[in-house]
Design a protein around this ligand. Structure first.
Ligand code: SF4
Length: 611
């Protein structure tokens, strides 16, 4: 804006206006309010041409207030109380001061000017222009403070519940988590006291999806009004039924955070996760930057695009941006073990300790020049077993599918792995049951891939001395051997591992222990997926892991991969508070063996007794 002129036309009472200028010398919202009140009481028209220097000064002071605080609610209250005519003239003055030709370029305005212009437009009765200014500016500028302040204004400028409901729908219907919206709900429900009952009416919507959507918003609004326990109780059954929904689990995490305000695990704004910057998980038809059950958004398909394009696709960059802005909006916050177990590092620690992360974090880098360090090969679901938690029947790739995977391996995977440090085979089936993975392993010898190491994940049934000898590629290059074992006894193992035999498992575990003791594999790890059928064996599984020299045993919640109906999953999800055996589960979580240093409780850690 141009400097204000202090030249007061001689046709008005100069002393009155000089008095107003004096009042404003103190600065701040108090002096602005006093000046406006003085003009009003003195009967001076603020938009008369003689008074406009005062109005210019007021605008300056407002901008100064917004420089200190973009979300200055006292200032917005003063603007909202302006006469619409005054607000209209002030908005014109603000525009003309910046753009004498009258053509507004929002990108050339400062954050405070945008906020003020929108508030003045709204004050002048031009609500749609006000919202448009905020919406377009949010699209153009990344600053977190501006983003949050502009979003809050968009809601608070609304006149009716209907406008708020429409905005809530627009801002959150993408199915992602929106902590920036959940955080401003208290201000929204305070300004719109009938909003909760209006949203409750939407729960009868005949379209089931929207009913669930509005149920989540309803629970969040109830919590935002102050009734946290009721908000959580409303959300509990939805969270059980939608264990894979990023939005539902994010809402659950948000309310749990409100209930535990001192617990730093619920504040992710200063945390960082390196996975989307280091890892590519290649599934059949889609790829992810993390485990697909924790971060379900696909970033592209390696069968359709070069891996470089997938690695830096628009979605990949949005996911990285969500880590950098602290929203983690693509992450399933209750399923992710790093979030649930409070294991995410702080950003400032990473900046201090590593040049690479300093560059990424300080420059908000979402497009990466480097290839992924780790690639999870998870496109072939072929497996020798058909565990009920994973699939409804046995899966074996047919000839056409195998040919497709061969092409993918030849054209994309083999060249990509030349730049990769760790190949994870496999989270999708069993590596020793898959012809494609067996062929691939044969081609990844140390001569051509000297820097490549392996993480092998298997159900263990085929992990025999004979198979180990068959794959010299793995010898001395296996950083992790991970065996999934959801039981500590034969009957439970054979129930949950359909097609498995316990004596074979015991034999193969003993062989894995031998390899570990002889240093032929770097680490032996066991993963245990907890559900109603096996939670009583968690302690026994730690004993078993010790017995077989495992370096770690990790416990995670059962995931619904689509193999269960919502009711079936609820029946198995013993870790959910509504489950009839939840108290017994909590009792089992007190087992001292679960506090063994080799035991990791990951996304179940919240149920462990405090240390
Ligand atoms: S889901 Fe968890 S591990 Fe995955 S990117 Fe998000 S924070 Fe990281």
């Amino acid at each position: 804006m141009r400097e204000p002129t202090n030249l007061i036309p001689s046709s008005i009472d100069e002393s009155l206006l000089l008095r107003v200028f004096e009042m404003m010398e103190l600065g701040g919202i108090g002096s602005i309010a006093s000046a406006l009140g003085y003009l009003r009481d003195a009967g001076i028209d603020p938009v008369a041409s003689e008074t406009q220097p005062v109005l210019v000064e007021i605008l300056f002071q407002m901008l100064e207030c917004l420089e200190q605080n973009l979300d200055d609610s006292a200032l917005f209250a003063v603007v909202a109380a302006l006469d619409p005519l005054v607000a209209g003239v002030a908005s014109d003055m603000l525009v003309m001061a910046n753009f004498p030709d009258g053509n507004i370029h929002l990108s050339d305005l400062g954050d405070g000017s945008i906020m003020l212009l929108a508030a003045l437009y709204a004050g002048a009765g031009k609500l749609s222009e006000a919202i448009d200014v905020l919406r377009r500016s949010r699209f153009e500028r990344a600053g977190e403070l501006f983003q949050n302040a502009a979003l809050k204004r968009m809601f608070l400028l609304q006149k009716e519940d209907d406008g708020v409901i429409q905005l809530l729908f627009e801002q959150t219907l993408d199915g992602l988590d929106h902590p920036e919206v959940w955080n401003i709900l208290p201000a929204i429900v305070e300004k719109f006291p009938t909003l909760i009952s209006e949203i409750a009416k939407l729960l009868d919507n005949e379209l089931k999806f929207y009913t669930e959507f509005w149920s989540v918003i309803h629970a969040l609004c109830v919590a935002a009004e102050g009734d946290l326990e009721r908000g959580l109780a409303l959300l509990n059954p939805i969270a059980t039924a939608h264990s894979q929904s990023t939005m539902v689990q994010g809402a659950y995490f948000h309310i749990k955070g409100l209930l535990n305000p001192q617990n730093p695990a619920f504040d992710l704004t200063s945390r960082f996760c390196s996975l989307p910057f280091d890892e590519l998980d290649v599934l059949d038809g889609k790829s992810h930057l993390c485990c697909a059950s924790w971060l379900p958004q696909s970033v592209g398909d390696l069968a359709e695009q070069p891996w470089q394009d997938v690695w830096n696709s628009d979605t990949a960059q949005s996911i990285r941006a969500s880590i950098l802005d602290g929203s983690f909006r693509f992450c399933n916050k209750t399923a992710c073990p790093k979030i649930a177990d409070n294991k995410l590092p702080r950003r400032d620690q990473l900046v201090a300790s590593s040049g690479r992360w300093r560059d990424v974090i300080e420059n908000f880098r979402t497009r990466l020049a480097n290839a992924p360090e780790r690639v999870n090969l998870a496109y072939d679901q072929t497996c020798n077993l058909s565990c009920p938690s994973c699939r409804t029947g046995k899966v074996a790739a047919d000839a056409a599918t195998r040919a497709r995977f061969d092409k993918l391996q030849d054209e994309q995977i083999l060249p990509l792995l030349r730049q990769v440090k760790l190949a994870f085979i496999t989270g999708s089936g069993d590596p020793f049951a898959s012809k494609n993975f067996r062929n691939l392993l044969d081609r990844l010898g140390p001569e051509e891939y000297p820097d490549l190491r392996f993480q092998v994940m298997t159900n263990g049934m085929l992990f025999t001395p004979r198979e180990w000898d068959r794959f010299p590629t793995l010898h001395g290059r296996t950083a992790f051997l991970r065996i999934s074992l959801d039981a500590a006894t034969g009957p439970t193992h054979e129930l949950l591992r359909r097609g498995a035999r316990w004596p074979v498992m015991e034999r193969n575990l003993a062989f894995a222990a031998e390899l570990r003791s002889e240093g032929l594999i770097d680490r032996l790890e066991i993963s245990f997926t907890v559900q109603v059928d096996n939670f009583a064996e968690m302690g026994g599984a730690v004993d078993l892991a010790r017995h077989y020299c495992a370096d770690n045993i990790s416990f995670t919640r059962l995931t619904n991969w689509g193999t269960f109906t919502a009711e079936q999953y609820a029946q198995k999800a013993v870790f959910m508070p509504d489950h009839p055996q939840h108290r017994e589960f909590i009792q089992r979580m007190r087992d001292p063996r679960l506090r063994d240093p080799i035991s990791s409780l990951l996304d179940l850690s919240q149920y462990a007794p405090a240390a």
